[in-house]
Design a protein around this ligand. Structure first.
Ligand code: PLP
Length: 391
């Protein structure tokens, strides 16, 4: 149930309270983990709002209300993972429909589009959406159903103009979906810029502690909400109550964690851009980043993700650095409190073809950081000693 004051509350207060009320039966301040598969009925069809836990569960309902409030959405629909949320959106399209997507996406999104949904008759075309003229050209000639994009993109940190793309699409009755995982609603609220669907891997910053997998789609469209709930019921990729509880616990500190991620990443990007062994840093907070001005306009800060390349360009050098960090752990994923480092071309983006990676600009020399919320000095010292190992 929506908090009575929800429409007046600010982000940090919503993060802590939205979607949740103390449990009426016990007064428990925390939302209970409703570990049940079914719910009792007093006579057929007469129940307290819940029938079967694939369809709905009170712990999930609280999380859905919380996430919808953070995105400024009427509806939030939770899934077992971020890719399960993307899967449900794609199943809301019809065979033969065309999706135009940005060409720098999470590798698993590419895999789902090209190796699963392309086999079921959806068509995909990829464009560099930082180039609005290219987007305009593709939308003008083709019968496009949906535009899909990430900004900041994974892993090249490209910034796409959400309002411009939403306007262009809407004028042609094309719908738009944004993977807002990197930014989180703390930094960017795409629905307020005219986007129709927002997807999150809640596994990342929203959960925030690297202990749970989940996804959510937020929308103001009643029609899409109905389609997505139909997918929840029919395909059943639902998160369990414990996972919903953990994610809800995570979102309570989203605003505090996210600000520290941004502060640490800003300092780290600055350090890397002055480091003699680093050739290029991809971080929208740097004034040299081509999307810097746009990011200032459409985001509240620049996020906790950084990619960079080494001056030597040698893969052996990259491996030396990746194996030498002690505070940064070498691991896939992002958005947890701890700092992670990874190698996109062999890890998160290995499911793309070499040609797709080249097109997106993902070289074998690229390193991606998820800058955590540890004390910044320890992070800089750790990366510094690892970079000393490079030629
Ligand atoms: N979107 C982005 C930007 C991601 O980085 C990821 C995972 O890394 C996903 C979606 C998929 O999320 P999940 O791993 O929760 O399925």
């Amino acid at each position: 149930m929506a908090h009575p004051l929800e429409s007046k509350l600010h982000f940090g207060t919503l993060a802590i309270h939205a979607g949740q009320e103390p449990d009426p039966s016990t007064g428990s301040i925390m939302t209970p983990i409703h570990q049940t598969s079914t719910y009792v009925q007093s006579s057929p069809g007469e129940h307290l709002g819940y029938e079967y836990a694939r369809v709905s569960n009170p712990t999930r309902t609280a999380l859905e209300g919380n996430l919808a409030a953070l995105e400024g959405a009427r509806h939030g629909i939770c899934f077992a993972s971020g890719v399960a949320g993307i899967d449900a959106i794609m199943k809301g399209l019809d065979p033969g429909d065309k999706v135009v997507a940005s060409d720098d996406l999470y590798g698993g999104t590419f895999r789902l589009f090209n190796q699963v949904f392309a086999r079921y008759g959806l068509k995909f075309e990829y464009v560099d959406m930082t180039r609005l003229d290219e987007v305009e050209a593709v939308l003008a000639v083709d019968d496009v159903r949906l535009v899909w994009l990430e900004t900041p993109s994974n892993p090249m940190m490209r910034i796409i103009d959400l309002e411009a793309v939403a306007d262009m699409a809407r004028s042609r009755k094309i719908e738009t979906a944004v993977d807002n995982t990197f930014a989180t609603p703390y930094l960017q609220q795409p629905l307020s810029m005219g986007i129709d669907l927002v997807l999150h891997s809640t596994t990342k910053y929203l959960g925030g502690h690297s202990d749970v997998i989940g996804g959510v789609v937020c929308t103001n469209s009643d029609e899409w909400a109905e389609k997505l709930r139909f997918q929840v019921k029919s395909s059943g990729a639902v998160p369990g109550p414990m996972d919903c509880f953990l994610t809800l616990r995570g979102t309570k500190t989203l605003h505090v964690r996210m600000q520290r991620h941004c502060d640490n990443a800003g300092q780290m990007a600055d350090y890397l851009s002055r480091h003699p062994k680093v050739s290029k840093v991809y971080f929208p907070g740097l004034p040299s980043h081509p999307g810097h001005e746009l990011a200032r306009r459409q985001m509240n800060d620049f996020g906790g993700m950084i990619s960079f390349t080494l001056r030597s360009g040698e893969v052996a050098d990259v491996k030396r650095v990746l194996s030498a960090t002690r505070v940064f752990s070498l691991a896939e994923s992002l958005g947890g409190v701890e700092s992670l480092v990874e190698h996109p071309s062999t890890m998160t983006h290995a499911s793309m073809t070499a040609e797709q990676r080249e097109r997106a600009g993902i070289s074998d020399g690229l390193i991606r950081l998820s800058v955590g919320i540890e004390d910044y000095v320890d992070l800089e010292e750790d990366l510094g000693q690892a970079l000393d190992k490079a030629l």
